[in-house]
Structures are given as structure tokens and as C-alpha cells.
Design a protein around this ligand. Structure first.
Ligand SMILES: NC(=O)c1ccc[n+]([C@@H]2O[C@H](COP(=O)([O-])OP(=O)(O)OC[C@H]3O[C@@H](n4cnc5c(N)ncnc54)[C@H](OP(=O)(O)O)[C@@H]3O)[C@@H](O)[C@H]2O)c1
Length: 290
């Protein structure tokens, strides 16, 4: 990145960036790329050790200040905890990254608490941090906010119904905030990632290459799924910040989104649901077959 461009970025979005879920995967890539642009970092996640490992690597490479904090984004007192972490520091950039689903199942067959946890993580968490940090950005007349959404936001999906709904919330929230805060010089972006290789994804039951389940590979092909790297997802987002309310990372994912939009709704939901089932190695109930 050119020196002058980097300076402009830091003046617009610095001095501190708050990355919620910044210890691995896409969040870690955001941390690295924001540091490369000269921003100091506040990194949070539930586990302290991986955060500290990122902090050591990033401050060694880029010479920025990094502070790390164990913080569960589903905590009922999230707002107070985040406010205490930030203190008087001027946060010009918020990346709300955490939010993947780590399992799949029918809503009514699973513990209600799991679904409520996703709502806290993907809806209440972003609302709380945007309210806390976005209000200060608005006062200053500058800043940037990136909310992580997903291709799952584009249509309801069985087996991940709550996850898809919360990601849709994030997308639509970002769109409205883009309009509300844009007038005050604060850029907001809803980032829709498709399949991305991350440690969390690797720990989950999702497999993008299921040679054991031939139908899974067919589903992957139908939706054109080719996992991206977390670095590419973060890079596209930072390049697109300020260009519009929503960005879909990856050319293939953008083509998939266009296909979903052009597909009759019931068919789109069926496709998304069957793809989820296949990727998680789950059965498609007979009665649901067309
Ligand atoms: N990977 C994909 O294929 C994919 C596809 C579409 C969209 N996305 C979106 O991209 C984002 C990142 O996904 P990811 O795959 O990297 O997994 P992720 O689990 O959403 O993110 C991992 C990061 O978030 C932290 N984290 C997770 N749950 C947390 C909680 N309750 N409180 C605080 N921190 C938490 C993790 O650290 P700790 O575990 O230590 O807390 C880690 O730093 C998510 O919003 C996801 O929906 C991912």
C-alpha cells in the first residue's frame, strides 16, 4: 500500500481499531491488514492465549500498539465490558467479525439456548458495539464499521435457519447504518463472506470436500462453492469500505448471489438447505425431496 494511501486510511479510520473476534481466521486477517495500514489494535475473543499470540506477531511485524482482552460477545453486560475495555481510547474502526455457526440442526430439535446464543452473538452483539462505538464516531465525523454477514443471508436455509436469519439481520442492519451514519462521515459495510478456510470452520462439521459423500460435492458445485482464504476476504472488505453498503467477497460468490436472486424463492431455499445438509454430512428428509 502506498505511504500516502496508508496515511489517509489511518487518518480516516484510526488511531484504534476494535476487532471483535480477532484471534484467528478472518478476524486475524483483519487485525494484520489494519496494522499494516498503521492502526493500533484492540483485539477481543473468548480465549486469551491465541489473542496474545496474534498480538505478539502483529506488533513485531508492524510496530503498532495491540491490546488484547478476553471478552464473550454473548455476555449480558457486553456494552459495559466493551466500554471498560475501550476507556478513553479513540476507536475509529469497528470490525464485528465473530459469528460463525458451529453446528447444524433443526431449530425445534435443538436446545433453544443455542439459537438464542446465536442471536446474542450476531444481533445483540453488533447492535451493542455499534451503539457504543458508532455514536463516538458520529460525534467525531469519521470512522468505519464492518459487520460480518454471509452468503447464508441471501435465503433461508434449513439446518442453519437461525444462523441464516441472524446473518440476514447483520446485512440489513449494515445497509440502514450505511445510510444513517454515512451523512456523518462514518463508512459502514456489510460483508458477505462465502465459504472461507478458517480454523473455526475446520473445527466444525462442515466439509467443503466430501469425497465420502458424492452428493455433497454435487451441492458444492451447484452453488459454485470454492473456499476463499481469510486474507482475501479481509482485503476485499477494506478495499470496499466507503464504496457502498454491502460487499460480497469473491467473484464466484458474487455470481452465486446473482443466481440465488434470480431463482424462485422456494427453489432457492431448497438449494441452500440441501447444500447445508450435504456440507454438514446430514440427511435430506425424504418428504422434502422434489
Ligand atoms: N468461515 C466461513 O466459511 C464463513 C462463511 C461465511 C461467513 N463467515 C463469517 O465470518 C466470520 C468469522 O468466521 P470464522 O469462520 O472465522 O469463525 P468465528 O467463530 O465466527 O470467528 C472466530 C473468532 O471469533 C471469536 N469468537 C467466536 N465466538 C465468540 C464469542 N461468543 N465471543 C467472543 N469471541 C468469539 C474466536 O475466538 P474464541 O473462540 O477464542 O472466542 C475467534 O477470534 C463469522 O461472522 C462468520 O459468520 C464465515
Amino acid at each position: 500500500m502506498q505511504e500516502q494511501e496508508q496515511l489517509r486510511f489511518a487518518q480516516r479510520y484510526g488511531p484504534w481499531a476494535f476487532v471483535a473476534g480477532g484471534s484467528e481466521g478472518i478476524g486475524r486477517s483483519f487485525a494484520e491488514q489494519l496494522a499494516a495500514r498503521g492502526l493500533d489494535l484492540i483485539l477481543t475473543a473468548r480465549r486469551q492465549a491465541p489473542l496474545d499470540e496474534v498480538a505478539a506477531a502483529v506488533s513485531r511485524t508492524y510496530g503498532v500498539r495491540v491490546s488484547t482482552h478476553a471478552l464473550d460477545l454473548t455476555a449480558p453486560d457486553l456494552g459495559a465490558r466493551a466500554a471498560a475495555i475501550v476507556g478513553e481510547r479513540e476507536v475509529g474502526m469497528l470490525v464485528y467479525n465473530a459469528g460463525a455457526t458451529h453446528g447444524a440442526g433443526f431449530l425445534v430439535d435443538d436446545e433453544l439456548d443455542k439459537a438464542l446464543g446465536l442471536v446474542r452473538l450476531n444481533c445483540i452483539g453488533p447492535l451493542t458495539l455499534v451503539h457504543l462505538l458508532g455514536s463516538r464516531m458520529k460525534e467525531r465525523g469519521r470512522g468505519g464499521i464492518i459487520l460480518m454477514s454471509s452468503l447464508s443471508a441471501l435465503a433461508g436455509g434449513g439446518y442453519v435457519a437461525t444462523y441464516a436469519a441472524t446473518k440476514s439481520f447483520d446485512k440489513v442492519l449494515a445497509e440502514g447504518l450505511w445510510w444513517e451514519l454515512g451523512a456523518s462521515g462514518v463508512d459502514v459495510l456489510g460483508l458477505l463472506a462465502g465459504a472461507t478456510t478458517t480454523p473455526a470452520m475446520e473445527r466444525s462439521s462442515v466439509r467443503f470436500d466430501r469425497s465420502d459423500v458424492p452428493e455433497a460435492n454435487a451441492a458444492v458445485q451447484t452453488l459454485g462453492i470454492v473456499p476463499m482464504s481469510s486474507g482475501d476476504v479481509a482485503r476485499e472488505a477494506l478495499e470496499q469500505l466507503g464504496q457502498g453498503p454491502v460487499w460480497i467477497a469473491g467473484e464466484r460468490n458474487r455470481a452465486t448471489a446473482e443466481r440465488i436472486a434470480a431463482t424462485p424463492r422456494a427453489e432457492a431455499v431448497r438449494l441452500m438447505s440441501e447444500a447445508s445438509a450435504r456440507l454438514h454430512g446430514l440427511a435430506i428428509p425424504e418428504r422434502r425431496r422434489r
